[in-house]
Design a binder for this molecule. Sequence first.
Ligand code: PLP
Length: 376
Amino acid sequence: MSVKMQVGFYGHVRQYHNLKADIDKAIVDVLESGQYVLGPALSKFEEELAAFFGMKYAVGLNSGTDALWLPMLAMDISPGDEVITVTNTFFATAESIWITGAKVVFVDSEPKTNLIDVDKIEAAITPRTRGIIPVHLYGQCTPMDKISAIARKHNLFVIEDCAQAFDAAGDTFKLGDLSDAVATSFIAQKNLGIPGDGGAIVTDREDIMKEAKRLRNHGSYKRSHHSFGFNSRLDDLHAAMLSIKLKHIHEWNDRRQEIAKVYDTALAGCGLKLPYAMPGYRHVYHLYVVETPNGKRDDLLGYLESEGIDAKCHYPIAIHRQAGFPWGKEAEIVGGVPNSEYNAANCVSLPMFPEMNQDEIDYTIEKVLAWCKSNL
Ligand SMILES: *Cc1c(COP(=O)(O)O)cnc(C)c1O
């Protein structure tokens, strides 16, 4: 029997302590500069972000949600249109479509990776379909080669929901190579997170970049308002912190992969379904999600909590089962979504963050195995 420990789910404060000198200096520099909104720290970060992706443009926004829907607005997505996405994702993916007035068309995820089931997409395409939003869930890319082949065949846009997969990659493609735009989020709990909210669009399309820059700033371009717009700017304090963190994200993700490998090896054969990483893909393990057999999710979560381990659940209720989800004209499911429902009933996210230490990893493994032994 080991001593009882507390294992958290996030490493935000440890990450701050590791970077404290740089972060504190960046904050003071911005404060002393007097330029807090649409200032030089934001422009600098946008250039660095675009370069990180190897793409032409990046636009800093106030959230990942806005990074999803502003490109759609730039492409005139509106009522009467349909946009396809997956039920197994965070609510915001669907909201972003709903906000434009287009119908949200859901297809199921596939059981191995829990990513959108690419083979189910074509059945959901109608003459009104305008685009697809694949979600790089848990830190793993969707097979974008297949998605973009479907999109080209039917003349559809593709926006990648990369909120969970910053710095992930496919086997033959990088993020952004095979889409119109990449949308990402910097909210605290994401792999590249800040103390607050933020998001960005990365794109090679000048029209999307320009329109997003206008829309985030009340429709204003060169001091005159060309249309209505919004307030969706990434502020300079957060941009300055992101410039620092961007230099570390790759090594942090490498560390997540290391922890995932330790989990994979220790938990193999324990009776839980473990994450599946596609060969050749760079999975960045935003989340390490296991599935219990037979709806025992809450049992495992409760046990881990009683042992001091903060495990979570992404996501306990599939989007179409959420009380707030609009039915009728505004959303539709094509082909049933049994895998998303199975996943919702069984998924447990184990603690996973780069600052986790070996004792915390070992303790988590020990407790998960103990639960499996008496329950499976
Ligand atoms: C976090 C997240 C979002 C939304 O990002 P916000 O910055 O919170 O608006 C969208 N999609 C997915 C898959 C996410 O995980």
